[in-house]
Ligand binder design. Structure first.
Ligand SMILES: Cc1ncc(C[n+]2csc(CCOP(=O)(O)OP(=O)(O)O)c2C)c(N)n1
Ligand code: SF4
Length: 297
């Protein structure tokens, strides 16, 4: 047996699932399950992930999956973890894996309730910035200016700042992550695993058909989101804010790439005017001024 065969790791999430070409979800789930380990229960509301995890050709996940109604996943996860703890299981990790529609819109009440009660669950939002499974409708996490089937002229409203809203619940751990920085994501999952109480990770997940880009560009676009400052990588642990990975170098504007480099690769932004692009750049710069204040504290 060659050395390469011996060290090859077994994926925790099987290939041959129903995801589109270039979809980051299988790799994101693979890393999640690898880090959390076998004593993990996934709770997944209606979404692309329902299809990916429930493909008729077989179950690609190596851990149990509870498919939940759209709005209910944080409540169902709360019930499962309490039942497990009552049975004496102290270390099973009950994890919600949900899209941005289920998280920021229809499931927000149960999410906020579970966070306020500090339930012992991990909640991961994979944010593809629209309701992708039902045909690319806008969500409250779709960014301003983006085309969707329900915002044909570009979304007029801002993207809901969900990681910061979750931090306001005073939960022990909040983090952002990106599949372009897998070690940073992996480290955050590892840290979240060790913490008790409500933990929230928000993963930006580029979607080739929904964002209108070629399926070979997923990682490049995820990387540009971070390098342009659109998607800062950070963690908030017991109230303490910290930038992580390459985002630590981006406080100085001259280190950030212009946002146009991120926008121009995506068909969903193709109708933006110069004025709108300028506005988006200004809103990113404003967000970084606020981040500067948070870093100082
Ligand atoms: C109460 C309810 N309303 C609407 C639907 C239809 N529905 C199924 S998946 C989905 C979109 C989910 O969007 P998101 O949570 O962003 O996940 P994604 O599909 O993008 O992975 C919708 C609207 C549903 N299943 N239940
Ligand atoms: S529509 Fe987007 S998020 Fe859904 S499976 Fe396809 S690439 Fe993934």
């Amino acid at each position: 047996m060659s050395l390469i065969t011996q060290v090859k790791r077994i994926p925790k999430f099987y290939r041959g699932n129903a995801a589109c070409p270039g979809c980051p979800i299988p790799r994101e789930l693979d890393i999640l399950i690898e880090e959390l380990g076998e004593k993990t229960v996934l709770v997944v509301p209606a979404s692309c992930s329902t299809v990916i995890l429930g493909d008729t050709s077989g179950m690609p996940s190596t851990v149990p999956v509870v498919h939940s109604a759209f709005a209910a996943s944080a409540a169902i996860a709360s019930g499962i973890v309490r039942a497990l703890r009552m049975r004496g299981d102290k270390d099973a990790i009950v994890t919600v894996w949900a899209g941005d529609g289920a998280t920021g819109d229809i499931g927000f009440a149960t999410l906020s309730g579970a966070a306020e009660r500090n339930e012992d669950i991990l909640y991961v939002c994979y944010d593809n910035e629209a309701y992708m499974n039902t045909g690319i409708q806008r969500s409250s996490l779709t960014p301003k200016g983006a085309w969707t089937t329900t915002t044909p002229e570009g979304k007029r409203e801002f993207k809901k700042p969900l990681p910061f809203i979750m931090a306001e619940h005073k939960i022990p751990y909040v983090a952002t992550a990106s599949i372009a920085y897998p070690f940073d994501y992996q480290a955050k999952v590892r840290k979240a695993k060790q913490i008790h109480g409500f933990r929230y990770i928000h993963l930006l997940s580029p979607c080739p058909p929904g964002w209108r880009f070629d399926s070979s560009l997923t990682i490049e676009i995820a990387k540009l989101a971070v390098e342009t400052g659109v998607w800062p990588l950070f963690e908030i642990e017991n109230g303490e804010f910290r930038l992580t990975s390459v985002s630590k170098t981006l406080l100085d504007k001259k280190n950030r790439k212009p946002v146009i480099e991120y926008l121009k690769l995506q068909g969903r932004f193709s109708k933006l005017t110069e004025e709108q692009t300028k506005e988006i750049q200004e809103s990113i710069d404003e967000m970084w001024e606020q981040i500067k204040e948070m870093v100082k504290k």
